[in-house]
Structures are given as C-alpha cells and as structure tokens.
Design a protein around this ligand. Structure first.
Ligand code: ADP
Ligand code: MG
Length: 251
C-alpha cells in the first residue's frame, strides 16, 4: 500500500460505520477508532475513524486487500493493542480505561485469538499448549490438563494429546490453536487469516470448527482474503485503506 501522509489540516471526514443488522446485545463497539503509526515523517492511518458494532453471537468475516487494516482492527478488538483515537467497549465497558494488567486479565478471559501461523509453543505438547492460557488464570496444572484434553477432543484431536507441534500437520496445529483459544471459555473468538497457511482440505476443517463454535453461541470474527472462506459467515465488513467501505448483514 502507498503510505499516505496524514496532514494535520485534513478536513474532518464522516466516520465509516458498520452495524450488525439484527437487534441484540452489543459485545464489541468501536467508536470513531483510529490507529495511526508514525514512521519518520510519515503517518500511516492503519485504521481511520471507524465505527463498528458487533452483537453477541455474530459470525462476521472481515475482508479487504493486504494493508487495508484487517489485522490492526482485530488486534484492537482483541485488546492486544490500543487505539490512537476513539473508544472501544467490550461488553459495554471502556477498555481504554484499564491499565495493562487489567487489560491482560480481561483479554485472557473474554477473548480467544487464532493466528495465521498458529503460534504454538514448539517445546510443549498439544495438551500443554491448550492448558497454557489457564496457567495465567490460576487454574491448577491437573485441572488445566484435564480441560485441555476435553477441548482437544472437541476439535477432533483426541489422538494427538502428547504430540509436539512439529509432529502434527498444519491443520491439526491450527485446531490445537483453536482449542487453546477456548481455554478460558471466552465469549469472543477472533481469527486472523486462520486458513492462510493451510491447504484447502485442512482449511475447511478449521472453518468447520469455527462454524461449530458459532453454533454453540460464541461470537466469531474471521479476517480473511480467501473468498471461499469469506462466503461462510453471514455478515461481512469490507475494509480499504483503514476505512469501512461496505459489507452486509442479514436483516
Ligand atoms: P492487513 O492485515 O489488512 O494486511 P494491517 O492491519 O496489518 O493490514 O496494516 C494496515 C496498515 O498499517 C499497513 O499499511 C501496514 O503497513 C501498517 N502497519 C501495520 N502495523 C504497523 C506497525 N507496527 N508500524 C507501522 N505501520 C504498520
Ligand atoms: Mg493482516
């Protein structure tokens, strides 16, 4: 993407807005959110005055070309980063008011993240990788391992408890990562290009798993530029140059 120079005198623009169609409980609200990176004399508006409202139980695809701000949006939604401007409400609470420790606690409990490159710890087995987030929430080792087994069974990996990441296929590693995302029973699952590094068949397995989680009542948001994957959720947010340029949701 060509880096834009953001002029201080820039005219105010109407914020780009996306709202979920149905009535329901808002779980994630972005109010006039911008994320601006400063690189020397340039400022890159990775997100530019965006308003988005996600309702409980939504299944949403975020689509857009490379550099359009998809990962930035997901990181802000998942409290992995803070906006330069604007407010983010998680379950109605302004997360901008939390200090880093409080933010980490909220993130650990409410959000499950799935990344393109799995990000499993290579020296830990599948069950230890899934148990890991529970160790930060004061769950005992024994209880965490038991729960990790149940979660691995739920993603079809009962036969892989003791495997290290490099002893599993890409699709299996991503399903371990999904089980890990579920460790602390989050209500929201955020997946950034979860099939981007997988063959079509493994990718389909990962999407099936995410679909199942949505059916169980989780709010699921998937970033993708794979059109086949983008067609699966019933709601879409389309980004370009850090702004919402379209999308749809059923009415
Ligand atoms: P996408 O996920 O859609 O490919 P990103 O959210 O990663 O887009 O990036 C949006 C824009 O912000 C890009 O122009 C990217 O170069 C820029 N950007 C992202 N992260 C940083 C960073 N840490 N420092 C500077 N610029 C960044
Ligand atoms: Mg990205």
């Amino acid at each position: 993407m060509v880096k834009k120079k953001t002029k201080k005198t820039r005219k105010p623009v109407k914020s780009s807005t996306w709202r979920s169609g149905k009535k329901g409980k808002p779980v994630l609200e972005l109010k006039n959110v911008s994320k601006i990176y400063t690189m020397g004399e340039y400022k890159v508006a990775a997100l530019d005055d965006v308003c988005i409202e996600i309702l409980e139980g939504d299944f949403v695809a975020v689509i857009g070309p490379s550099g359009s701000g998809k990962s930035t949006l997901l990181h802000l939604m998942g409290a992995l980063d803070r906006p330069t401007k604007g407010k983010i409400l998680l379950d109605g609470k302004d997360i901008g008011k939390l200090d880093d420790a409080q933010l980490a606690k909220v993130r650990g409990k409410k959000i499950g993240f799935v990344f393109q490159f799995f990000q499993l710890v290579p020296s830990l087995t599948a069950q230890e990788n899934v148990a890991l987030p529970m160790w930060f929430q004061d769950v005992s080792y024994g209880d965490s391992i038991e729960k990790a087994k149940t979660l691995l069974e739920s993603v079809g990996l009962a036969h892989r408890f003791d495997h290290l990441p490099n002893q599993m296929s890409g699709g299996e590693q991503q399903r371990v990562a999904i089980a890990r995302a579920l460790a602390n029973d989050p209500s929201i699952i955020l997946a950034d290009e979860p099939t981007g590094n997988l063959d079509t068949e493994s990718g389909a397995g990962v999407i099936e798993t995410l679909k199942k989680l949505h059916k169980l009542g989780k709010t699921v948001i998937i970033v993708t530029h794979d059109t086949a994957v983008a067609g699966i959720p019933d709601k879409h947010i389309s980004l370009m140059d850090g702004r919402v340029i379209g999308g749809y949701c059923p009415v």
